[in-house]
Design a protein around this ligand. Structure first.
Ligand SMILES: Nc1ncnc2c1ncn2[C@@H]1O[C@H](COP(=O)(O)OP(=O)(O)OP(=O)(O)O)[C@@H](O)[C@H]1O
Ligand SMILES: [Mg+2]
Length: 502
């Protein structure tokens, strides 16, 4: 009896052990000393099938028999041997079992991990470039604001034709430099957004005319807009910029003419959606599609298109900032960009932006820079850069305003203590030395005088508010560098706003 019980017990143990490789969810294989496959579990077979094969050996390196022999000869394990098959990466490790002259192999599909690592590396790289770009652009903006301001001041005088021609050239160059820094800031997501609940179709219709002019006669533009879409919480100017950048690229990709379709649609994103933005919450998104019939791109190009200064265009034709800017803007709006392209078969860009919960507001009209009214209100001007502060004071005094100045938040508080009643508006730089930044200063003053109007001015907002400062009523934002008239207009608009909820 004892014999039978022992045998049964041994059999049970055997089955129990055999279940380990058999039901292992990862491929398990065994090789003999000649490198022949002597055992494989179901997971190995399933993985082979998933890659379009029937032989489990296909998911291992092609020289597996030699690997196995080496393994036994040296008595050392061979770890993480990678095989690429059918767009998947499989990693296999081999362990020699000298006592029974066999080699065990364990494999795993590491495709997802590798993809995630690549995405992480990519976003780290983009962040690093962004920080560098933002740093340069910030200092440049102060300099450009001074140049632009003084240009504005002297251009109003009667000048010799030669001098005024030169000044005009300087002004054109300054604008180009300003647009470059603006793009860099957008890429680095350090641009302050003026967020509104926007109707995307409205934005597209607004730029439609400009688009057609930009594309020329040989390219047919069609709009494929879905009516009744939910809004998106977005900065209209930034979204226009994205559309224009994509349209210019499409035009350049169709030198002999073609078709450009700009479309909108609603897309529901669930967990299954293979998105370019891991971690985006599921929900309702609005999709902006820009599709061309141009030359398309190869994989190597596609890989790098969002890098700043990556361009395939001749020197002087492209700076490589178009898509980098679009990328930064869309990320700042918590969306992402998908690209489909094939050489010779055109390109489709899809931009996904989260839908807003509330219905849309009508877009505001264009700023008419030519007729700006002044006023006799009192403005507290806080700016640490002396040349810039002087210039702003001169401009605003020309418009009739009374100016009180301070070079830091602390000094501004002193001025405020002396004239608390007189001050109607605070115009402050956001980033300032001496502990108190522009936002803290403003919040303190508004608390004491709830009707106070506030204008923040900055190249970007990182130091103060993070990338997505939202502006309340009675609070405005003035992007550096600015034209004197834009300054005056922003001041007037802000003063004319009715309520100021704190
Ligand atoms: N629609 C498209 N079709 C084909 N290639 C494109 C398309 N859009 C972008 N590309 C490729 O991506 C590159 C980068 O585009 P990006 O807009 O960032 O820079 P650019 O157009 O070269 O210069 P910039 O926009 O600063 O004038 C382009 O040089 C081009 O090779
Ligand atoms: Mg471009």
């Amino acid at each position: 009896f004892k014999d039978v019980t022992d045998r049964k017990q041994a059999q049970a143990n055997f089955q129990k052990l055999a279940a380990f490789p058999r039901f292992n969810p990862n491929p398990v294989m065994e090789f003999d000393a000649d490198g022949r496959l002597t055992y494989f579990n179901d997971a190995a077979l399933q993985m082979a099938k998933a890659t379009g094969n029937t032989d489990p050996l296909q998911i291992l390196p092609s020289e597996t028999d030699n690997l196995v022999k080496d393994c036994l000869a040296t008595g050392k394990a061979l770890l993480r041997q990678q095989t690429r098959i059918d767009h998947r990466t499989i990693s296999a490790s081999f362990f020699p079992i000298p006592a029974i002259n066999t080699v065990h192999c364990y494999a795993t599909d590491i495709t997802e991990r590798i993809d995630l690592e690549m995405q992480l590396r990519h976003s780290q790289k983009m962040d690093a470039i962004g920080q560098l770009a933002a740093g340069v652009a910030h200092d440049f903006n102060n300099i450009l604001t001074i140049i632009q301001g003084h240009l504005g001041l002297v251009q109003d005088h009667k000048l010799d034709q030669n001098v005024s021609d030169s000044l005009h050239q300087i002004s054109v160059a300054t604008k180009r430099a300003a647009s470059l820094t603006r793009q860099l800031l957008m890429f680095s997501r350090k641009q302050v957004m003026q967020i509104k609940n926007l109707d995307l179709n409205g934005v597209i219709n607004n730029v439609g005319k400009m688009l057609q002019r930009l594309l020329g006669e040989d390219i047919a533009l069609s709009l494929n807009l879905t009516v009744g879409l939910p809004g998106v919480m977005a900065d209209a100017g930034m979204i226009e910029q994205v559309i224009l950048n994509l349209a210019v690229n499409a035009r350049d990709a169709m030198p002999k003419g073609g078709q450009l379709v700009v479309g909108t649609s609603a897309v529901w994103i669930d967990e299954q959606y293979p998105r370019g933005n891991p971690g985006a919450p599921p929900g309702q998104y609005i999709c902006l599609t820009v599709q061309d019939t141009g030359c398309g791109m190869d994989v190597a190009t596609l890989d790098r298109i969002f890098e700043p200064f990556f361009t395939t265009k001749e020197v002087g034709k492209g700076t490589g900032l178009g898509l980098a800017t679009a990328y930064g803007i869309v990320r700042q709006h918590k969306g992402w960009i998908e690209v489909g392209s094939q050489v010779g078969h055109g390109t489709t860009f899809r931009i996904l932006l989260p839908a807003a919960a509330r219905p849309t507001e009508p877009p505001s009209g264009d700023t008419d820079l030519m007729t700006v009214e002044g006023g006799d209100e009192t403005i507290l001007l806080v700016e640490d850069e002396p040349a810039l502060r002087d210039m702003v004071r001169v401009i605003l005094e020309q418009y009739g305003y009374h100016i009180l100045q301070a070079q830091s938040g602390v000094e501004a508080l002193k001025v405020w203590k002396e004239y608390p009643r007189e001050i109607d508006l605070l115009l402050t730089d956001m980033k300032m030395p001496e502990g108190m930044n522009g936002r803290e200063l403003a919040e303190k003053l508004v608390e004491e005088k709830p009707g106070l109007k506030v204008i923040y001015s900055s190249g970007y907002s990182r130091d103060v508010a993070g990338p997505d400062l939202m502006l309340k009523e009675g609070v405005m934002f003035l992007q550096k560098p600015y034209h004197p008239k834009t300054l005056a207009k922003t001041i007037r608009d802000c003063l004319d706003q009715k309520s100021t909820p704190a």
